[in-house]
Design a protein. Structure first.
Length: 579
């Protein structure tokens, strides 16, 4: 078990300090001294470790001075999901019951610790670690947090929803100006019930762009939008998907066992994205009492599919559907596996001692083929892991309730061996675009960030006018450079490609969106425009209820992650731009 190096346990923080005139952060406060002889493990948040040599690949984002993120505001530009609370990684207040604004990540019920997610008004206290000297203690900083619903809201310019090349839209490229991109194709969404429906996942291969919506999985040729294979109609509503795809372009889709409110999300189906061919099928079994499959979380780690229930998980070989192992409760607390994150590694978060005096979370890395525990990191009393911004390297965001409506929070980066490496120390309000999660952790639901090499890139909160993208080193948690949006609209990082950071600039009332490239070296060059979308389609581009975006092979893809069930107009599903 790896613990914060060379630090005494912190026994909590004192009362908040009044903020200085004009707002901002309050004066630092010294935590009370730890009890004599108290052990290192399990107390408080990760502390700043001594410097460690060698490169460290970054994780998606962080923020905040003294090793803590500052409160990001709502991902509050039209179309980007739901309003988010003013601290990174926390849930926002969703309209219509949707969650992830970017990737449509699946959900996992987390039975205990739900109340902590529901209290997001008031003031947030950032647990922080000043890196100005290795002997300095963490301090609490104060900053405002609006009540839910105070900022953000439904997308403006919803558009008329018509399209798909039909007579209602006509030629979407008519009146296209010189230098503007071309609408390659545009698709409408299937009808959804009045209560709305999820539209999770968007996968782009070299041949197809595939989208899930309500009970359907549809595929389109990337160049012209013609159907790539016959739409797959599932018997019941799609309730979870693997946001990642396998190395040979396959995904797993979960759908419900029936129509009732008590129907379980327990039917699994493997699908080939290029051919539409169905592979193996399986039914997820329930766990013990209170450990149901009403809601599940799907993660891929290599050829391992991890299915997370509310208090356990089951791993399958994604190529055959054969069960590999179960992740079950452990320890005396006990600790119940409550969330998983996949990718290059398989990460598990467990809730320990729920309802007891030492309730806390633990993070583990599991061998994706055997389930063997490689290492365990125990957070201190009261700490809850909300998000895994990256799994390789592992970057974790955790919160702790303090004084009722206040939260302490911490972002920490870990080494491959599970020891603390760094905490980010940038004094800024970031807007990572995290999805909605109430009963679910949705560990990998923050997609408004990019990680490449030893740098993470994340957008600042746009209060008025343009925002910025900040590049931060995970070696020491310090800022490397920042660049402003080239327009008066929010700029969102998407990926690093060819030594450049590719970002999306959202459309305005009189201009379409842009795709731009920023040099990762942080030179003084302004973002170079790779694509300018047509002004004549700006209303449609800006009118998706919630957005998932991607840039693949010089094409820009945009799709919804939630259907409202509005019967007045046909809803938008997917839009593709190219040269």
């Amino acid at each position: 078990m790896s613990q914060p190096p060379d630090q005494s346990p912190q026994g909590g923080f004192g009362p908040p300090q009044d903020p200085p005139p004009g707002g901002g952060f309050g004066a630092p406060q010294t935590p009370p001294p730890p009890p004599a002889g108290a052990p290192q493990p399990g107390y408080g948040y990760p502390q700043q470790p001594p410097a460690q040599p060698g490169p460290y690949a970054p994780g998606p984002y962080t923020s905040g001075p003294y090793g803590q993120p500052q409160q990001p505001g709502p991902y509050g530009q039209p179309g980007y999901g739901y309003p988010q609370p003013q601290f990174p990684g926390a849930p926002g207040t969703p309209p219509g019951g949707s969650r992830n604004p970017f990737k449509g990540k699946p959900a996992l019920v987390v039975g205990a610790a739900v109340a902590a997610l529901l209290v997001i008004g008031g003031t947030v206290y950032a647990v922080s670690a000043d890196d100005g000297g290795k002997d300095k203690k963490p301090v609490a900083k104060q900053t405002g947090d609006p009540e839910p619903g105070e900022s953000g809201g439904a997308p403006v310019n919803p558009g008329d929803g018509s399209g798909d090349g039909g007579e209602d839209t006509g030629d979407l490229n008519e009146g296209r100006r010189a230098g503007e991109s071309k609408v390659l194709w545009y698709k409408e969404a299937p009808d959804a019930p009045g209560s709305g429906a999820d539209a999770p996942g968007m996968w782009v291969t070299g041949k197809t762009a595939v989208k899930a919506a309500y009970k359907e999985l549809s595929a389109y040729n990337v160049a012209d939008g013609k159907p790539a294979w016959e739409t797959i109609a599932f018997p019941q509503e799609i309730c979870s998907v693997t946001s990642q795809k396998t190395a040979d372009d396959k995904v797993v889709v979960a759908y419900k066992s029936g129509k009732s409110d008590r129907a379980k999300c327990n039917q699994l189906q493997l699908v080939d994205l290029d051919t539409g061919q169905k592979g193996w099928q399986a039914q997820v079994a329930d766990g013990d009492l209170f450990d149901s499959a009403i809601s599940i979380e799907l993660s891929l780690a290599g050829n391992t599919l991890m299915v997370g229930r509310s208090q356990s998980g089951t791993a399958y070989d994604v190529t055959t559907g054969k069960k590999l192992f179960d992740a079950k409760k452990y320890g005396d607390a006990p600790c119940f596996p409550s969330a998983f994150a996949g990718g290059q590694r398989l990460i598990q978060v467990a809730s320990c001692g729920v309802g007891g005096d030492n309730a806390h979370d633990e993070v583990r890395e599991l061998d994706p083929r055997t389930g063997k525990v490689k290492w365990t990191y125990a957070y201190g009393k009261g700490w809850r892991v909300e998000r895994a911004y990256s799994v390789d390297p592992l970057v974790v965001y955790a919160t702790k309730e303090e004084d009722g409506d206040k939260k302490a929070w911490n972002i920490a980066a870990f080494t491959a061996a599970g020891t603390l490496r760094s905490q980010v120390s940038v004094d800024e309000k970031f807007d990572p675009g995290c999805g909605w999660a109430v009963l679910a952790r949705d560990l990998q639901g923050c997609q408004g960030v990019v990680v490449a090499g030893d740098t993470l890139y994340l957008p600042t909160e746009a209060t008025t006018g343009a925002n910025e993208i900040v590049a931060i080193s995970l070696a020491d948690g310090k800022e490397r450079w920042r660049e402003s949006s080239p327009a008066q609209e929010t700029m969102v990082p998407m990926k690093v490609e060819g030594g450049r950071l590719i970002a999306y600039v959202e459309p305005s009332y009189n201009a379409g969106g842009q795709v731009v490239a920023l040099p990762v070296t942080g030179s003084s060059h302004k973002p170079a425009k790779l694509m300018q979308n047509p002004q004549g389609v700006a209303d449609i581009e800006n009118g998706f209820f919630s957005k998932d975006i991607d840039w693949v092979d010089g094409r820009f893809y945009l799709s919804t992650t939630r259907l409202t069930g509005n019967d007045d107009t046909k809803e938008k599903l997917m839009l593709a731009y190219g040269k």
